[in-house]
Design a protein around this ligand. Structure first.
Ligand SMILES: [Zn+2]
Length: 540
């Protein structure tokens, strides 16, 4: 691939002056991606400037691209063992001190979901403000949109864009207002600045030569919301790529937020991409495609990628060496960033301690990862759904027949593994709410279960305890068929009884016979407390 690229360099004369110094006449011109551009490019040949440069003794340039993706939490996870943005900052800072051409990048999904983001401070939901503050303190260079950025309300995302001291890029996501579609903007000091489909950095070498590093980004369209228009990611990647090519970009990097299959398509389609730093997938991978690699680090900065790009000016060849760096409790924290993280942790802990005395206590050890992904919780009975619904069923003084919770109330969109703290339970269930003990007719219970089952793929899908279907398609409670005119006692999450997810399931439905609201002394008073108490009993 690289050979093809340099075959198309137009003129290159090298005359050796002495052992250490090379004088080179050179014009930079790269492989276009379509015949059309190729033809028009040849027409431009005569106008290409020939630049006389003196290649320094050391004719290689080193660039460090630091990549994190899908970082929802600013603090370390797994009881402090993994992740943590202050630790990432330490690594980034150490590299920056050694290599001036260092770029810290985020490949999407960082403003939501997070526990801190659900808090209200000064009457306003935090909604990712903590992450932007931390990223500003870390001196991030560049960020791409991920699908979770659009979980925010439009005005919240606008505020985050305005607060960002780093650059955003996105080629296929646009702000939609009715029929009106325009690029997203950041507004600073009254100036409205459009977010660009490409970003280039010119690396000045001895004030004689500019090496151009270019990025583009495209985002998966998995989060349809009113105010976002997703254009086709392949078309827009193509247009951004062509723009970078036409700007004589020496190194082209995709900072994408796509599924790995989509990333492979992009890598296949555009020959002169040098690297794709991707997101969306939560487990690290380094996938070879079309002579380059698609790299993704682990979610929540459990790892970060450090890509070392070595560009040889004389031969115009690029070597990329990628290292996956674990971020653990052995990684020091950068004090300036830790101060910002600690400020937000203080706000969070104050809130959590009003519900639970020791939020950072390890309450459970999960050998098998617990599935807290959106796809899991909204599509099938999961191991985490088993734990939460069973916890609900034992959260009262007296037993119940079964328990139901809407999968949409699980907001982690990730797995939990290893040491699990009470904070992790709050991360899964940030909105809390009490568990209600409801007397309900068998008929309404069956209708509710049917509705939940038919809602697979949405938040109304139900996670269940002691409520199952047999192979004859009959709903069972504790193993026995549900009898329509019998009354059952079922634990419900309070949200479910509000009729938002299941429209007919409201307190005034005649099938609802009674609703018991727990007292502050019962674990059911807050579903998170119920789950924490229950999980503590599981490892014993
Ligand atoms: Zn994503």
């Amino acid at each position: 691939m690289k050979q093809q690229r340099f075959l198309l360099s137009i003129t290159k004369e090298i005359e050796i002056e002495n052992e250490n110094e090379v004088k080179m006449k050179k014009s930079i011109f790269h492989t276009p991606y379509s015949i059309l551009i190729l033809l028009s490019a040849f027409l431009l040949v005569t106008s290409c400037k020939t630049k006389k440069i003196t290649v320094p003794k050391k004719n290689v340039v080193t660039i460090k691209l630091l990549q994190v993706n899908d970082v929802y939490e600013i603090s370390p996870l797994s009881g402090g063992k993994e992740g943590g943005m202050a630790r990432v900052a330490y690594v980034a800072d150490s590299i920056r001190k050694q290599y001036s051409n260092t770029y810290l990048t985020m490949a999407g999904d960082f403003l939501n979901p997070s526990l801190i983001g659900t808090l209200k401070v000064d009457g306003k939901r935090v909604a990712g403000r903590q992450m932007v503050e931390v990223m500003n303190a870390m001196k991030f260079d560049l960020a791409a949109f991920g699908n979770h950025e659009f979980d925010l309300k439009e005005h919240e995302l606008q505020e985050r864009l305005n607060e960002s001291e780093f650059t955003w890029t996105g080629a296929n996501v646009f702000q939609k207002n009715g029929e009106d579609v325009r690029v997203f903007h950041t507004i600073k000091n009254g100036d409205s600045l459009p977010i660009s489909e490409t970003i280039t950095y010119d690396i000045d070498i001895n004030k004689e030569y500019l090496l151009r590093l270019g990025f583009f980004s495209v985002c998966i369209d998995s989060n349809p919301v009113d105010y976002v228009h997703y254009a086709d990611y392949m078309l827009e990647a193509g247009s951004a790529y062509a723009a970078l090519e036409s700007q004589n970009t020496d190194i082209i990097v995709g900072l994408t937020h796509l599924s790995i299959e989509q990333d492979k398509q992009v890598a296949e389609a555009f020959d002169n991409i040098d690297l794709i730093m991707g997101g969306h997938e939560h487990d690290n991978m380094y996938v070879p495609v079309n002579g380059i690699h698609v790299a993704k680090a682990d979610a929540n900065a459990k790892t970060m990628y450090v890509h070392t790009l070595t560009y040889n000016l004389a031969t115009e060849t690029l070597d990329i060496n990628s290292e996956l760096v674990p971020i653990t409790n052995k990684t020091p924290s950068l004090p300036t960033v830790q101060a910002v993280v600690s400020k937000w942790e203080g706000i969070l802990n104050k809130e959590l301690r009003s519900i639970i005395s020791n939020p950072n206590e390890v309450i459970y050890h999960a050998e098998t990862p617990l599935d807290g992904t959106d796809a899991g919780g909204r599509g099938k009975q999961t191991n985490l759904g088993n734990i939460i619904s069973e916890a609900m069923s034992v959260s009262f003084d007296t037993p119940v027949d079964g328990a139901l919770v809407n999968g949409g109330s699980f907001r982690l969109d990730d797995h939990l593994e290893g040491d699990i703290t009470a904070v992790d339970v709050f991360r899964v269930l940030p909105f809390g709410g009490d568990v209600l003990k409801v007397e309900i007719t068998g008929e309404l219970l069956k209708e509710t279960l049917d509705y939940g089952e038919s809602s697979a793929g949405t938040g109304a899908y139900l996670q269940r305890h002691n409520l199952n279907k047999n192979d004859k398609n009959v709903w069972l409670v504790q193993g026995a068929p549900i009898v329509s005119d019998q009354v059952y006692t079922i634990a419900f999450s309070d949200f479910l009884l509000k009729g938002f997810d299941i429209p007919f399931l409201t307190p005034d439905n005649p099938g609802v016979k009674s609703i018991y609201k727990p007292t502050a002394f019962e674990p059911a008073f807050d579903i998170r407390k119920a789950v924490v108490d229950f999980m503590k009993t599981l490892n014993q």
